[in-house]
Design a protein around this ligand. Structure first.
Ligand code: CMC
Length: 388
């Protein structure tokens, strides 16, 4: 096999050059386009961060006004997309619905295949970021058996999403500003994370020069899995199963014996505290001020404390990751666990599309086509079925 390297999970292979997101996992640093995540979470908004990811620079006021206006203009989906969402079973997983609906969007925008045209790339970028909350809310309403609520374009991005999710009357829905700010912070924290599984899927599928909706649908599929975007859902289920602080030592013993994983802990890149987990922990406190304290928080805090002192976790450098506390916030916002990975997909769309845009402009990028180490038989003679 010559000089071929065997690296089945790409733990030591750089698949691209990128200037979008920087991570130093040993010290716990995350920067978008060079700006530390802590500053962005404190001072910025999700849409401003999305602009930063897509265009590489923070916008001027004029650029931001244009961007927010464009994103707001495109929040509606074609009525047939709504019908498409309506065709799923009443108990369909909303992530599967989102995956199907985003894939279906490519059929509504045939111009999306003009990936060499900058104007086409820009409008698909805007459409994807603006329609994702609408599709997510439609999926949620579908499983609730409630009528869909159309976007209210007077509202800011997170408020509009909350309105489509929770509006119950004809009256305008205006969420508590502390909740919409917490949601916006969660969106900022989840916007990009360099070459994670779903972003790699977007790049890999996008390298075939398919349209960006299909490439992003591949990202959603990757994010659906419990080791990636499904982890926050798994954390909540785990906390509920543990039930009480008294059961934590027994649970930890089971993890150490290899029976199961402590979900929301560990990361391929971070061998230190995930900086996003710290910010989320404080956003959770803000949310609980409005919604009341979630008793599962006490289990989470105690689990974290015990794990951070336990030899097993210390030795393996396992720290809380972004998913450890995010699920608690989503639950406080009244979301069923099935919606948690959807809440990850909405903001990650800006990162996926920023990475996709970068890839389409990268002259070195060919179609992604890894090789393999073949381990099967060779040169066998075909045996007729009667003789096998
Ligand atoms: N609980 C218990 N043990 C663990 C955990 C965990 N959460 N994570 C890793 N380990 C152990 C693992 O068993 C192995 O031990 P040993 O060396 O004795 O075999 C060692 O730590 C290294 O684990 P690994 O599986 O080789 O590490 P990885 O880099 O392949 O996996 C991970 C990274 C995130 C998939 C893994 O830590 C995990 O499964 N965590 C739980 C799921 C989770 O929280 N995922 C969210 C990731 S962050 C958000 C995102 O990117 O989507």
């Amino acid at each position: 096999f010559g000089l071929m390297t065997y690296d089945p999970a790409y733990t030591n292979t750089a698949s691209c050059r990128s200037s979008v997101t920087f991570i130093d996992g040993d010290v716990g640093i995350l920067e978008y386009r060079g700006y530390p995540i802590e500053q962005l979470a404190e001072k910025s908004t999700y849409l401003e961060v999305a602009y930063l990811l897509v265009y590489g620079e923070l916008p001027t006021q004029q650029q931001l006004d244009w961007w927010v206006n464009e994103i707001t203009l495109h929040t509606f989906v074609h009525e047939n997309v709504k019908e498409f969402v309506g065709g799923f079973r009443h108990d369909a997983h909303p992530m599967g619905m989102l995956l199907g609906a985003v894939g279906a969007l490519s059929t509504f925008y045939p111009d999306a295949f003009d990936i060499d045209d900058p104007a086409s790339r820009e409008i698909q970028t805007i459409r994807l970021i603006s329609k994702m909350p609408t599709l997510a809310a439609f999926a949620y309403r579908h499983i609730q058996g409630r009528p869909y609520v159309y976007p209210d374009n007077d509202l800011a991005y997170p408020d509009n999403f909350l309105s489509m999710m929770y509006k119950m009357t004809e009256l305008k829905y205006e969420p508590d500003p502390r909740l919409s700010r917490a949601l916006d912070i969660l969106f900022i924290l989840h916007a990009d994370h360099e070459q994670n599984c779903s972003t790699s899927a977007v790049r890999s599928v996008g390298s075939s020069q398919v349209d960006p909706y299909s490439a992003v649908a591949a990202g959603i599929a990757a994010l659906y899995g419990p080791l990636h975007g499904g982890a926050n859902e798994a954390v909540l289920r785990m906390l509920r199963r543990i039930e009480s602080v008294d059961n934590i030592p027994g649970f930890i013993e089971g993890v150490k014996a290899g029976n199961e994983r402590l979900m929301g802990f560990g990361h391929r890149v971070y061998k230190n505290y995930d900086p996003r987990a710290k910010i989320i922990k404080s956003a959770a406190e803000d949310v609980f001020e409005v919604t009341g304290r979630n008793p599962l928080l006490d289990i989470a805090l105690e689990l974290e404390k015990i794990a951070l002192e336990d030899e097993y976790f210390v030795q393996r450098k396992l720290y809380p990751n972004v998913d450890f506390y995010s699920g608690l916030i989503y639950e406080a916002l009244g979301l069923p666990v099935e919606m948690f990975p959807v809440m990850f997909a909405i903001p990650r769309t800006s990162g996926w599309i920023a990475q996709w845009l970068e890839m389409t402009q990268d002259g070195e990028q060919k179609i992604a086509r890894p090789r393999q180490i073949y381990t099967g038989d060779r040169g066998r003679d075909y045996v007729p079925i009667a003789s096998r």
